[in-house]
Design a protein. Sequence first.
Length: 139
Amino acid sequence: MFRQVTYTSQEVDGLSEDDRQDILRVSRINNVRNDVTGFLISTPNGTFVQTIEGSEEGVSRVLDRIRNDPRHCSMTIILNHEIPARDFPDWRMGYRSVRREDLRQYPEFRDLADPDFATNFDSAAIAMSIMKALYAGNR
């Protein structure tokens, strides 16, 4: 069994694409060390949604680092459960910067400019559905 955790957070003002690439570079190194896989998406309004999966201990170590990262705030865990197999086994840290066009097929995400957009991701089922669809399209 594996532990899978999905959370949302909000990037801090002024975060650049270079900052996001640095997050990915360091995450991939740490995820290999902790045998963790996962997928991170960022949205046009600065919301991050990330799923990480692996052993209980590995996921816990990665989450501790994530919680202490000053490049985001308002971290909310929306899913924390055991799974029999990884959903993102091929990616030490997959990444997708989501555009409005990517989510038009999901009625919940018609207006990404809506200030309450981040609350739409509070549904773990919706978040995982979108992440799995994006993952399948990027394999």
